[in-house]
Design a protein around this ligand. Structure first.
Ligand code: TTP
Ligand code: CA
Length: 350
């Protein structure tokens, strides 16, 4: 069975605004799309949880939101490019946890960590680590769902909100599916779930016993099949690699350590892996150390076309410098290569 981690950033646009200006974080924060027609015409893109608790939600017309928020809420015009860039950086950090990653939207990603983990418990630990690292590095809260397929992982991620983590392993799936309400499933909005409720369907498993034709009439063919696959635990849509290629490779150490007998062989493994992905020889190589407190330190070397053979020596030299300048233990290590001789620029991979 695969191990899938789903990550969704909490109240994303509004959270970025809070991170940029922490003085607003105890107030309702509303990110607005102004249509420009009249001064206040437009809609709410998203809002933080304080704003949601007083009723200001995505899609609400601005005059209505302003009426509820009056002078207590902070209204901020949307700056999409900025959120996109923020998202790219967080996604980059997430991508270091697995080679198989699907970025599903600006704030959602799936990771297939089957290859990285020998037990489901390892996958849960990885999920916790990802949450912790994103918070440490960017101050951002995300929610995580971990399970044996993308659909259940996403349902769990939604249930875990905000700032939570939920998991269901293979042995718990059947019971989970038996008590899963159909309205919790991605793609089943309030309108569909009301129609289903009116047809006597409250739980996902009710669909299996219902009249097929009646269900298809409400759901359409594709959505009906999707729900039946989830209900019968046959859903296995793969994590599709959708990510900008980078030639980096990070490895989590078996324990936090400064022991070069443990670190250097794994660093050489990271070099191998980074080179195996790259289209040519690099002109630059970096060693990265993620410390026990999750701070990140790196050292780089630039010069000529670096062969795999010389890369081992350069990377261990750089890692040696990191250890020399620092007294902390290392938690993860990484290697990044760039300035490829085949004319790929550094921009292409970070
Ligand atoms: P969502 O993930 O749906 O919502 P969210 O991140 O704001 O809140 P949460 O996940 O904690 O429930 O959407 C991601 C971003 O997409 C959101 O921050 C802003 C944008 N968005 C819009 O611009 N308009 C919308 O109607 C919605 C739903 C989202
Ligand atoms: Ca989100």
């Amino acid at each position: 069975m695969p191990f899938i981690i789903f990550i969704d950033f909490d109240y994303f646009y509004a959270q970025v605004e809070e991170i940029m200006d922490p003085s607003i974080k105890d107030k309702p924060v509303v990110v607005c799309v102004y249509s420009g027609r009249t001064e206040n015409s437009g809609a709410v893109a998203t809002s933080n949880y304080i704003a949601r608790s007083i009723g200001i939600k995505s899609g609400m017309p601005l005059p209505q939101a302003m009426n509820i928020g009056k002078d207590k809420a902070v209204f901020i015009p949307i700056r999409k490019d900025f959120y996109k860039e923020f998202s790219d950086r967080v996604m980059n950090t997430i991508s270091t946890y697995s080679d198989k990653m699907e970025i599903a939207s600006i704030d959602e990603a799936y990771l297939d960590v089957t290859g990285e983990c020998s037990t489901f418990q390892d996958a849960v630990k990885l999920g916790e680590e990802i949450k912790e690292e994103i918070f440490k590095e960017y101050g951002m809260k995300v929610s995580a769902g971990i399970s044996i397929n993308k659909a259940i992982a996403k349902i769990l991620g939604d249930m875990a909100k905000p700032d939570g983590l939920k998991y269901i392993d293979e042995s718990m799936v059947e019971e989970f599916l038996n008590t899963l309400e159909v309205k919790k499933i991605p793609g089943i909005g309030s309108i569909l779930s009301k129609k289903l409720n009116d047809a006597g369907i409250k739980y996902l498993k009710d669909i299996l016993g219902a009249n097929r034709q009646a269900m298809i009439e409400i759901l359409g063919n594709a959505r009906y099949n999707y729900l039946v696959e989830i209900a019968e635990n046959r859903y296995n849509s793969p994590v599709e690699e959708r990510i900008r290629k980078n030639y980096g490779r990070y490895i989590t150490l078996p324990e936090n350590t400064r022991d070069t007998n443990i670190i250097m062989p794994l660093l050489r493994k990271a070099v191998d892996s980074a080179f195996s992905k790259a289209p040519g020889l690099p002109g630059e190589i970096s060693a990265i150390g993620i410390m026990e407190d999750l701070n990140i330190v790196s050292r780089s070397y630039t010069g000529g076309r670096i062969s795999l053979e010389s890369a081992y020596g350069i990377a261990t030299g750089l890692m040696g410098k990191i250890l020399e300048a620092d007294s902390r233990k290392l938690r993860r290590i990484g290697v990044r290569i760039g300035k490829m001789s085949s004319n790929e620029s550094l921009d292409n991979f970070f």
